[in-house]
Design a protein around this ligand. Structure first.
Ligand SMILES: O=C(O)[C@H](O)COP(=O)(O)O
Ligand SMILES: [Mn+2]
Ligand SMILES: [Mn+2]
Length: 574
């Protein structure tokens, strides 16, 4: 597919022209994202959505279909700025796309481009960080998600970093591995461990000592997001930086310190057959003398190879910040380590201090246009997805666009470990919040995210997925009833697929490449418009509609022409 890209640098004026036909919806417009709710097979054995029979959602979809206000839209691959059509969608690229109405080359593509052109290895930061490490014979530590899911990281990029370090004369590499099992099959960890161990072993031919030094499951060590649970970051910090496994994770059966990563993972699986890779206990690799082989020391260098920001921000803060601002846990004696992220993870507050590849520069977001054109806005989600409707939505910037025009609210999530047993999560409370916001009549544009289909989808548990869908179905009904009262518009869509493709065995935990629903329920609809017909491309665009076409569509509903730089609206006026 050929995709016309948005300019990465052009800033526009934010004032918008009114639609010439005078069309405008008066009531509030609510954009509801069902996270990870793809369009799947019509089969209750593999699709929990079909098994759940979500009657309210189905009836909204049926009406929208009759009115030609429903479309299946693209949420993966090139349509959201990813390199390959085989790339499943994810929350970052999906919410970026929805929130900015344009297609940008996403982080993983920018990394690929700057690695394969060799540009990154010539940058001052690379020379300052890795070049100096080689020159002064220090240890290069690298950590991140050991995966080729291409959502937070990719194996081929890790290998390119290792090759680059060897070329920069680094002689000692210590790798701290976070097992995935969420963007790849739930117990695939050893496949990736074998691959990286092979790679590290091959370095001895160049006189480089490369070894795995520590590891653990991504959802239990290091990769927390949106300040949901700092103990996850602390556990990871202790194992990677201090070579220390916390007492609570040690038992007679699982001593925490091992000779190999494989031994540690196998032990953990025996102890907790239900935990799978995502929740693998932390482990530290020790040498013949019983001492950790990869504690971080003064002068060492540490690279975080994840390109996606949400789960990289907190650990970056632990490396970068002084005690005066870092109050989340006691970091112990902090070695003087030079830390670099693969990308800049938060482009508003600039986290981390040093990074290797410039991130996508997402300009001209929908929030900038709504704020500049007098549209008041509200956003809500529970913690696990709060940054999705704020930080990702606004182009990886964590603050408000204009606080006098906007309110963002977060409902505290339950711990990750309770998602499977409580698939209802905080959907009721999130709905309560948005209903209150609607009833306050303060906001014209309201956006929200139901975390359940995605978060429960990642557990792989079929029955929990069915409950998750049934729960959000009821909440959507509550939401729709209020919007109907206010003669508003309800848009329902999803950022990517996940929950629609599961197995009874529970061995499918990741996202999918499925299309997602886009449905408009317009409670003052009088047949004035429809969506572009099936098989018809949005005006002048070479490919079918995707998530980036929604922003222009919403601006039309508010009575505005969409800006030139946006992908086209899906609305056809009669
Ligand atoms: O971080 C995660 O939970 C998964 O890797 C991706 O899920 P998300 O893109 O829906 O957040
Ligand atoms: Mn998502
Ligand atoms: Mn997900």
């Amino acid at each position: 597919m050929t995709i016309k890209l948005s300019s990465q640098h052009k800033k526009m004026s934010f004032s918008l022209q009114k639609l010439k036909n005078g069309f405008k919806r008066q009531g509030p417009i609510v954009w509801c994202v069902l996270d990870g709710y793809g369009l799947g097979k019509d089969d209750p054995n593999v699709n929990p959505i079909i098994a759940a029979k979500p009657t309210h959602l189905n009836s909204l979809i049926d009406t929208a279909k009759e009115q030609h206000l429903f479309k299946a839209i693209r949420a993966h691959g090139a349509a959201v700025g990813l390199p390959y059509e085989s790339d499943m969608g994810n929350s970052e690229v999906g919410h970026n796309a929805m929130g900015c109405g344009q297609i940008y080359h996403q982080g993983t593509m920018l990394v690929d481009e700057s690695f394969s052109s060799g540009k990154m290895f010539e940058t001052d930061n690379w020379k300052k960080v890795v070049g100096e490490c080689g020159k002064h014979n220090k240890t290069l530590h690298m950590f991140g998600l050991l995966s080729d899911g291409n959502i937070h990281s990719h194996m081929h990029q890790i290998f390119q970093l290792i090759d680059g370090a060897v070329k920069s004369s680094v002689k000692k590499i210590r790798v701290h591995v976070l097992l995935d099992g969420r963007d790849v099959p739930p117990e695939s960890g050893l496949v990736y461990i074998n691959r990286i161990e092979e790679k590290l072993a091959s370095l001895s031919a160049s006189g480089v000592d490369g070894k795995i030094a520590s590891g653990g499951g991504r959802m239990y060590c290091v990769m927390d997001r949106y300040n949901s649970d700092w103990s996850i970051v602390r556990r990871g910090w202790n194992m990677m930086v201090h070579g220390h496994v916390e007492a609570a994770d040690i038992s007679g059966f699982y001593p925490g310190y091992f000779k190999t990563a494989t031994e540690a993972i196998e032990k953990c699986r025996q102890l907790h057959p239900d935990k799978k890779d995502q929740y693998n206990l932390p482990f530290v690799i020790v040498g013949e003398d019983g001492k950790p082989i990869g504690k971080m020391e003064d002068g060492d260098v540490c690279i975080n190879w994840n390109f996606r920001g949400d789960r990289a921000v907190q650990i970056s803060r632990a490396f970068d910040e002084p005690n005066s601002t870092f109050t989340f846990f006691d970091r112990g004696v902090i070695p003087k380590v030079k830390y670099a992220g693969l990308l800049e993870y938060d482009t508003e507050v600039h986290i981390p201090n040093t990074y290797l590849v410039p991130p996508p520069e997402i300009h001209n977001t929908l929030s900038e246009y709504t704020c500049a054109n007098g549209i008041t806005a509200y956003a809500v989600a529970e913690t696990h997805k709060y940054g999705h409707v704020t930080y990702f939505w606004n182009g990886n910037k964590s603050g408000y666009v204009n606080q006098s025009m906007e309110l963002y609210e977060c409902v505290d999530s339950l711990p990750n470990s309770e998602t499977e047993s409580h698939p209802e999560m905080k959907a009721v409370e999130v709905t309560d919040k948005i209903l209150a916001a609607l009833q306050s009549k303060k906001f014209q544009f309201l956006r929200m995210n139901y975390a359940n289909p995605d978060m429960v989808g990642h557990t792989g548990n079929f029955d929990s997925c069915v409950r998750a869908v049934q729960c959000i179905d009821k909440q959507v009904a509550r939401l729709a009833a209020e919007i109907e009262k206010q003669k508003g518009v309800l848009i329902i869509t999803a950022d990517h697929g996940n929950v629609e493709d599961k197995t009874q065995k529970g061995d499918k935990t990741s996202h999918t490449t499925a299309d997602v629903l886009f449905t408009i329920t317009d409670y003052s609809y009088n047949g004035e418009y429809t969506l572009v017909a099936d098989g018809v491309k949005p005006d002048g665009e070479p490919e079918g509609p995707g998530l980036t076409n929604i922003a222009a569509t919403v601006l039309n509903l508010f009575g505005f022409e969409a800006p030139e730089s946006y992908r086209k609206s899906l609305i056809k006026f009669k």
